[in-house]
Ligand binder design. Sequence first.
Ligand SMILES: [Zn+2]
Length: 902
Amino acid sequence: MKAPRLLAFAVLAGGMTAAALAQPPQQPQDEDFSRLVKEWTTMPEFLSPLVDHLPKAAGVPSPKDILGYYPGMPKKLTRVADLNRYYRALAAASKRVKILPAGSTDEGRECLVTVVADEDTIRNLDTYKGYLARLADPRGLSDVEAHRIIGLAKPVYMFTGGLHSAETGPPEMLMELAYRLAVDESPLYEGIRRNVIVMVVNALDPDGRDRYVDWYYRHKISEETEADRLAGPPYWGKYIYHDNNRDINYSQVTMRNWLKFYLDWHPPIMHDLHESEPFMYTFSGQAPQNPTLDPILYGELPWFSNFEMTKMMSYGMPGVWTHAFVDMWSPGYLGFMSSNHNGMLRMYETFGNGGANTMKRTVDAPAGGGEAPGGGSMTTREWYRPIPPYKEVVWSQRNNTNYMETGVLSALELTSNFAKTVLENFYTKSRNSVESGGKDAPFGYVLPAGQRDMTRVEFIVNILRLQGVEVGRSTAEIKLKDETFPAGSLVVKRNQPYGRLAKILLEKQQFPDANLRTYDDTGWTMGLMSQADVREIGDRALLDVPVEPVDTMHVNGEVKGSGMWTAVLHNGANSLSTLRYRLKDLTYDATAQPYKAGDIELPAGSLLLPSSARVKGEIEKLGLQAVGLRQLPDVPKRPARLPRLAVYTTWGSTQDVGWVRYALDHFEFAYDLIYQERVRKGALRDAYDVIVIPSQGRTSKSLVFDIESKGKPLAYTKTPEFPTMGMYGESEDITGGMGLEGVVELEKFVKSGGVLITLGAASFFPAEFGITRTVEAARTSAQFYAPGPIVEAEIQQPSNPIFYGYTAKVVPVRYANGPLLRVPTEDRSKWVLMQFPGTDRSVLSGLMKGVAEIRGRPAVADVPVGQGHVILFATNPCYRWQNLGEFNMLANAILYSGGGRP
Ligand SMILES: [Zn+2]
């Protein structure tokens, strides 16, 4: 059915309400839908005139026509294959819909984007794509030409949901939204289709979606009250959980797919749908705000959120609020790919039950675990929360769908009415980024050629390239006012569309106000995190330095000279570990002290390998530096054997373990992932030389006792009905933890010569459970506040193998809020390997309030226990694929301490 387009526009301009706009008298309606939605919505005020009805269109299937149920139905969740089946059926039936594949996940599921717009737009989608690409990089574009393009272009508004698998509502709602946008002939939808290109994703984490839906149907569908609510599945995606929204370096395959899609299409608006806060929070980008991003963005965010709140107040929907939640400081959230690239990040939190069951909920306490910077109760009336959520509510999945869908339709109404403003802003932000880089210092960054370990430079450059930042290689020596850099140095100039992003990632973070709290990390400076040399340049001449563009950087390793032996220098490259695993069939030694003879200098920890074409080939591939030797150097040596390695994980807190697994897999370590079952079985020393306990849980008690049993076993096993269960580990009952029997077995392991390595919060465990009896582990005071700053740590025992590859005495580390360790005074000089200076000057990036509390505390301690030892890291040397300069300490601890004390 074709609506009278011009008339519809006239009506819209005439100021009808959206409710009236959404009610076409002629179109047939789905009566069953209207009846059931009223039934599933727990109070009349939780429904709006935008979503209380569903139009029918001949030949175009609704989700019910394909799946057999309406989105938001109690006890129904949709798996990815079915989401895709619906979107494909919709696209097959409607010329207003098109499917764009966006790659596949770790487990082989499709990432899918469904586009909805009017027929003409869908037919010419590539033309519109081209307009956005031109506005995204306006270099060489005159203002007149830019405005001609804006006149022709349409904004893409991209909705994303299902990033957090326990937040089950958004992927359901998005199917219904796509259907409505495709078939509803009322003026509101006509306008949206004409003025906006809407995109929806199937699920941002398709692997996690399926695992969570399996888990829901297996365990959670019988929950009736809040008290019944069980833990979620041990895994969402392959490695990480909730941190898929903190993957600042896009390590995960799925997140890379979305970034690639984003940079291909340049949506000026990206809107990420989450669940937690009652009843709906719409993000307005409150303080602290990153000042490098364009001020326009900080106008746009409350513009949209206030509009949505206004509309939803007009429908009488309680509990819609803005302002007092997530801030605009860290650029590491997935949706920030939009604002980092001159677009607009939007975000909701709607209230959800962690599944599709209807139940009574208590909403008095802050649902975000008290992390909301606004703090306090969610149910008080505030200036940003004119009708607060109820203190108690019976909540259903359909309520969740109603709120979210009413919100996003309001956002689309605004976008449709101000499409040109959105495009104009997008263009202006892009242009401002280029211009600001040409007139405001810093003008860019130089990563000098010739650093000891260029693989870290390669890491930084390739992450920047992945993010669309242009990087060049200087074709000649760079001569600036105060500094000179060799030819071949890597140059990031700021006068480019993503120059602001380059600055945000490479600069030191100056947190604007120590009294403000933030939702996530305060520091992420890539050069410090990688311990690579990155120079900020204040000399404008950098912009004129001739460079050739770098697509992807690859460091070629090199063997200088020749001989029977090849010495691979331990220069701190993480790929040195990879080499050892690739050559695991060879027997060889490492140097135990630095060695110098003539022009040959070998740092301690260098590998002494028999020369061969294979060895040379691997060294070259891995970007390592080596020298050929005619004979073995006369220097103390140690056998470079690979330890039998295990990584211990709880069932209830697998995420930080996931980051360690990801890094170990990336660098090709061999290890067993062991759970409570294996630890309780005992005889650990027979099987392993080294056990790593990554940071997990908040306390050592939670590490030991893990998920509390609710009386019946909680199985994570693969069955024909639930094929995603039992992946990465399998258990008939994931509750209970290793328990005290497990502690005893770990102690036996150490006493009989094993090496236990604990990271971050896990380092409370050996101290508090008495494995390292004389070590105390204290906590910081309530006044102390350090959300992930980068601080200095002083190496106390530079000759300890853990520091092979480090040359400086003071190194930057990410502060991990691990234990404040104390070792007996008489043992300090032997056991403390690294410590925190704990002065204001030692905070390098981000915020640490109360720095004196960590003064002189051990950052790493190595404590002998029986025939073995425990290495306690108060830091977390393997944090979210970020602090790769620290990872080498963990690698050395694993590779050089195994099989008894070195
Ligand atoms: Zn979330």
